[in-house]
Each structure stands twice: as structure tokens, then as C-alpha cells.
Design a protein around this ligand. Sequence first.
Ligand SMILES: *Cc1c(COP(=O)(O)O)cnc(C)c1O
Length: 402
Amino acid sequence: MPDAPTAPAPPAPAAAVPDTPPFLPFAVPDIGDEEIAAVLDCLRSGWITTGPRTRQFEHDFAAYLGGAEHAIAVNSATAGLHLALEALGIGPGDEVIVPTMTFTATAEVVRYLGAHPVLVDADPDTLNLDLAAAEAAIGPRTRAIIPVHYAGLACDMARVLALAAAHQLKVVEDAAHAFPTLYQGRLVGTLGSDATVFSFYANKTMTTGEGGMVVTRDADLARRVRLMRIHGISQDAFERYTSTTPAWFYEVVAAGFKYNLTDLAAAIGIEQLRKIDGFSARRQQLAQAYDAGLRDLPLRLPAGPGPGSSHAWHLYVVRLQAGARLGRDELIRRLSERGIGTSVHFIPLHRHPFWRDSCALAPAQFPAAEAAFETMLTLPLYTRMSDADQQRVIGNLRELLT
Ligand SMILES: *Cc1c(COP(=O)(O)O)cnc(C)c1O
């Protein structure tokens, strides 16, 4: 029988469910009225792509790092890593050392240039690059190393730089998690590597929606990154717009990329940067409260910073100890049922089909990353999280694990 037109169904009676607290995600950006007003100003200004706000953002970011670095804004950290490696001359056949415990961007940029990422295991304590494994991976074609400051704790950069000097390797720091992070009294970005790249992706310690910053003390490198950021055009659009040479004239001097940051994004970044010390203090506070609230559970808590160093606490990653009542996957499922979002950072690169197959990798080559991956989860930690939100996470972990 054909469907007859029917009256709309009456609304279902409200179910008598007890008040369930809202779902607590594992990360939320902290965007305030200042960012919103700055974007509106930019929209109304008539200049929305790379221009005065991007310049100011670069200037402010360099000033935050002490003023001795060049800062070049890009539309993602991935783009920034690509540009830095390109400017350093990494090319076909070269090998670049990359940790397996990272996001795929760290390795994929090496492939963009026709070079080969050589994945290495993690330090079992910090989950940063295992430097003994990195040294063992150096061969005649190794040209560079990309340390990742995992979760916001700096790698042992003194050792990284010594290793690089001994083997004539370039060093590009993937500092996507590490703003701001102190290493032995100095900020990541000022540690003397060839370049450092920060990310302003939505869940990072500050955001522009999408965006990144390349930082270097090398003026030639900075010039190359600026050039390749915008099509290999010798002057950017804003310079053309304001200079006294004819506005229509430009020269392409290389086959560049389209990696510039918009002023809309920079407007957000300028405001976020003004707030970064407050954001950072709140993250430290939340990390300390997790340390205190979880100490007696069967969890391995994240490694803290050494003397003179600090942790950006982009991520708070715990590992289930042997003998815990629940496995990792089960714990994530049970927390989710209770309205608590978590994540896993990271599924090691060697476990992803592309890297596993194209680099012929086996889990046995990465025992520390494997052991960590099986037991790790990332707890919610973000500046807009209230103390009560955090106590909910801690309380639920206590119920599930004791
Ligand atoms: C987020 C992230 C990136 C990429 O940053 P984008 O700005 O999204 O390109 C690179 N490396 C690591 C370790 C990251 O966590």
C-alpha cells in the first residue's frame, strides 16, 4: 500500500533521564571577545590576506622570543617544516631522521622534497626522540634531523645539537607542541638549531585556526623561506601595494609555494599571543592538579621538566601500568560513556600503512614507542576547562581504576 500522507508525529515525551553533565572534549580553543573583535576589524579594514596584521604578528612573535630571531608566518606548521627543509637544501635521495612518535606531518614534509624519513624510536621516559637510536640511524646520506618536542617538553637539545655538529646534520625543530617551552633557561625557538617551526592549529597552545611560524636566526634562510612562502615572488603583495615601484610589477625567481598566512588568521594570532603567558600558567596549574589527583592510581604520569626547563603542557599523556584493571581501549570507551573525551598521541608512524609499507618497518624496531602506544591516552587539558571539569576527569579515572 502506498504511503498515505500522515500528520507529523507528536514530539516524544521528554525522557526522565537524570541530569547528565555535558560532554567534555579533550581540547577546545580559547577564543575570546578580543580575537572576535580583531577579526571584525580586519574584515572591515579592506585587507584580509597577508599584510599589516601578518607583519605585526611576526614582529610580536619574534619579540616574544627575545627579538634575535626572524619569524615568518605560514598557513600551517606542515608548510613551515616543508619550507625550512627546502631552504636548507634537503632534496632527492637525502635521509632525514624523524621520530616515530609524532604526527605524520613531521615525516611527510621530507617526502615532499623527494627525501626519505628514517624513523627512530622514542625515549621510554619522555617519549621524545631516543638519541641513541637517532645516532645509530645516521648513515652516509643523512642530512638532517627533526626533533619533536613531544607534548610540550623539550628534547635534550644540547645532545641533539652536539650530534648534529658531529655528523654535519641540519636541525629543524618541530615545536608544534612547544610554545612556550623553556629548555635550560632558554625558550624553544632560540636554542640555535637551523630553524624551529610552531603550529597554531586549533588544538595547540595558541591558535589562528590554521597557521604556523618558522623561526630562525639565519637571515639567508629567513629570506628563502619568505620567498618560497609566496610563489617564489620577489616581493609580497603588500609590499607591492605600498611601495613606490609600479604596483603591477613583480618577478618570479623560483617555483615557490602558496603557504602565506592571512591577516584574518594573524589578527587572531596577535590576540592569542598577548594571552599566552596566562594560557601557559593555566596549563601548568591543570597539569599539577592531574599529577596530584592521579598519583596513587596505576598510571605512569608524564615526565616533568628538568631544572631551568618548563613544559608547555600541550598534551597530558598518561600510560596504564601493568596490572591496571582496564586496558587502554576499554578505559577510553568507559570514559567516553561517562562524557569524557580523550585521545591518543600518537599512533606511531610505523603503524600507519603508508609509512609501514613504504619504509618497510616492523613494530619490533620500535619497542619503546610500541610499549607506550599500547597503554597511552591523552587526558583533557585546555585553558577553558574549569577545576570542576578536571575533578570530573580525575574522579572518573579513580572510579574506573581502583
Ligand atoms: C599539529 C602538529 C603538526 C602540524 O601542524 P599544522 O599546523 O597542523 O600543520 C606537526 N607536528 C606535530 C608534532 C603536530 O602535533
